[in-house]
Design a protein around this ligand. Structure first.
Ligand code: CMC
Length: 431
């Protein structure tokens, strides 16, 4: 980021003030309004942050018009094709692609932290068996701060590093345990001889009574899903993590806040909602009915897996995901998957519909991910936990970047108050 020599002039009433502008390395210029209230006594109003930059970051860049997503400058399609999740984790966390030695060391450190404290088993057992795995994850990840006291001091860079590695390493274990608990099967311990994705698959699908061999096709598909969800700049859950931790809250509590935010159907919960919608549509002949509902202003129904606050073009992750869905179903020998057929036809019809074209509504990452996850054997309730475990690296990297900034301030938005002005208390008998 560089201070630009441009300024913006704001005039209202008799007041005119110059506001400094900043230029990013790529993307639109930013007007710095941080001193506006002090100088002019007014606030700006931007609910939903549609025009507001909330931080300076060097991690991820999205060009919504072009449909481009870069992590530390590298395009997501290249990373999905040529890299793998733990290498992308390293890139997001430390800023550069690792050398072979650095990668080996990083993988070693992550792998050695995959087990969770044995007493956490009891914590899981406190939940009802029919709890949604996201509910379990919010609770258990928050509870990590009660188990890992030696990595909660955010002023210590070493503790921050240990907390980061613990979160990346333990999240698959926690997500898999949440799943096993809801289906009443024993927890599977992590296996450090397996890669990150294979280990997760094994912890989800193995049972002690049988041998379990991880299918390399599924493992590669799983890794790609993790990679495609790794980070997405200042989305709702990431902003939640930043805001929660701006008070100095410990990393486990802050990431639990991010998980809670991700769960919503407008955000990470959309993958579950999308597959449920595709199943409800059921057959291609019913698609026009659902498109009509999505366009009807009096019907709250929306096409799940469509639209994005930032992308006004194809979500680049959706492109890779669609290709992956084809590959995975093909490799698994699943012909004529009805959900995939409905998805492809729905995409075609929606893209040819003027409503979706005018509003620039394109399929997003959640549109095809559920089809792959379902083919792999996951129930819909596990889709959002898988998003959460994949996004943990994004949350952790953004948290680390924020905490390392010496100019960190607690996040504290202002408001446009429209309630009652001052009035005197009325005794109950006089109301
Ligand atoms: N189906 C039908 N109409 C839609 C949809 C949709 N999926 N998305 C937006 N619109 C319409 C909306 O009704 C509005 O119309 P109008 O201007 O006439 O009132 C217009 O498009 C703009 O919508 P908005 O809600 O103001 O846009 P937003 O930027 O606030 O919302 C969104 C973005 C992702 C929440 C929204 O597109 C949506 O609800 N999509 C469905 C849920 C979904 O797939 N979410 C996953 C997002 S990607 C993964 C992630 O980030 O977690």
């Amino acid at each position: 980021m560089a201070d630009s020599n441009k300024t913006a002039t704001l005039t209202f009433g008799d007041t005119t003030i110059d506001l400094p502008m900043m230029s990013p390395s790529v993307g639109p210029d930013v007007i710095d309004i941080s001193k506006l209230y002090g100088k002019a006594g007014v606030f700006t109003h931007d609910p939903g942050f549609t025009s507001t930059s909330s931080c300076v970051s060097t991690i991820t860049y999205i060009d919504g018009e072009q449909g481009e997503l870069l992590h530390r400058g590298y395009p997501i399609d290249q990373l999905a094709e040529k890299s793998h999740y733990l290498e992308v984790c390293y890139l997001l966390l430390y800023g550069e692609l690792p050398t072979a030695t650095e990668l080996e060391d990083f993988e070693y450190r992550v792998t050695r932290h995959t087990m969770v404290h044995e007493q956490m088993m009891n914590f899981f057992r406190g939940f009802r068996r029919d709890a949604h795995p996201m509910a379990v994850m919010v609770g258990v990840v928050g509870a990590m701060s009660a188990f890992y006291h030696d990595s909660t001091d955010i002023s210590d860079p070493w503790q921050r590093e240990v907390a980061s590695i613990r979160l990346i390493a333990k999240m698959p274990t926690i997500a898999a345990m949440a799943y096993k608990y809801t289906i009443g099967q024993p927890f599977e311990y992590p296996r450090n001889d397996l890669d990150y994705a294979s280990n997760f698959l094994r912890m989800c699908f193995a049972v002690p009574a049988e041998d379990y061999q991880v299918d390399p096709i599924l493992s590669r598909a799983m890794d790609r899903i993790f990679t495609l969800h790794a980070d997405h700049e200042q989305n709702a859950s990431t902003s939640t993590v930043r805001l929660a931790s701006s008070s100095g809250a410990n990393p486990f509590a802050s990431i639990a806040a991010g998980i809670a935010c991700l769960w919503g159907p407008a955000h990470g919960g959309a993958n579950q909602a999308c597959l449920e919608m595709l199943r409800e549509i059921g057959t291609v002949d019913r698609i026009p009915e659902f498109i009509a509902r999505a366009k009807d202003k009096n019907d709250p129904f929306r096409l799940m897996g469509f639209g994005h606050r930032v992308y006004k073009n194809f979500d680049p992750r959706a492109k890779v995901m669609k290709k992956s869905a084809d590959e995975v179903l093909d490799l698994l020998g699943i012909d004529n998957n009805p959900t995939l057929q409905v998805a492809k036809e729905l995409e075609k019809q929606a893209l040819n519909d003027p409503y979706f074209a005018e509003k620039k509504l394109f399929p997003n990452v959640d549109f095809y991910s559920g089809i792959i996850l379902e083919a792999m054997g996951f129930p819909t309730s596990m889709f959002t936990p898988i998003f959460a475990l994949s996004r943990t690296i994004g949350w952790v990297s953004q948290w680390k970047e924020m905490i390392s900034d010496p100019g960190l301030k607690i996040g504290r938005p202002r408001q446009l108050y429209t309630g009652e002005t001052r009035r005197d208390y009325v005794d109950v008998e006089n109301r």
